[in-house]
Design a protein around this ligand. Structure first.
Ligand SMILES: [Zn+2]
Length: 159
């Protein structure tokens, strides 16, 4: 098992997880999103939404790879920024002056993107975003949470 990321970063870690490709078909992706609590039971994904979800995941993976290498990847960062824009994040203030990130989108897919965007924003605010990395071992790419200078996922850190 990869080291578990804290809090909302777990969502990003599971989204980026390789291996069993839960996002291979529209139906599998919708089922995965429902299990993650991101998609209402009655909602489905269109082909273009499924394609957008795959682009989002790819952008997340590329950014996590850049985290692992300690390098900047402007192209991946731009793709992630563009993919997250669909979540239409806004800041809400309630009567008790509690401030939250929320989505101005009403449709189900933009709400999924918004949940991912909020998770990234919260982890960045908590200082944990840069510690979520993808394993650089050949053929691995598993996302792991680096809380103590680990160079790779727990499977590859010894070898
Ligand atoms: Zn690995």
């Amino acid at each position: 098992m990869p080291a578990a990321a804290p809090g909302s970063l777990r969502l990003i870690q599971s989204l980026a997880e390789p291996g069993t490709d839960l996002l291979r078909t529209r139906e599998e992706a919708a089922a995965w999103l429902r299990t993650a609590g991101l998609l209402p039971a009655e909602a489905a994904l269109s082909n273009s939404e499924h394609a957008a979800l795959l682009r989002l995941r790819e952008a997340v993976r590329d950014v996590l790879a850049a985290h692992a290498d300690g390098r900047e990847d402007p192209e991946a960062a731009a793709r992630l920024t563009k993919a997250l824009a669909e979540g239409r994040l806004v800041v809400t203030v309630d009567p008790a002056s509690t401030v939250r990130l929320a989505s101005a989108a009403r449709a189900s897919y933009p709400s999924v993107v918004a949940a991912v965007a909020v998770a990234i924003a919260e982890s960045a605010a908590a200082g944990t975003w840069l510690r979520l990395k993808s394993c650089p071992a050949p053929g691995c790419g598993r996302p792991f949470y680096d809380d103590c200078g680990l160079p790779a996922c727990p499977v590859h850190v010894a070898g």
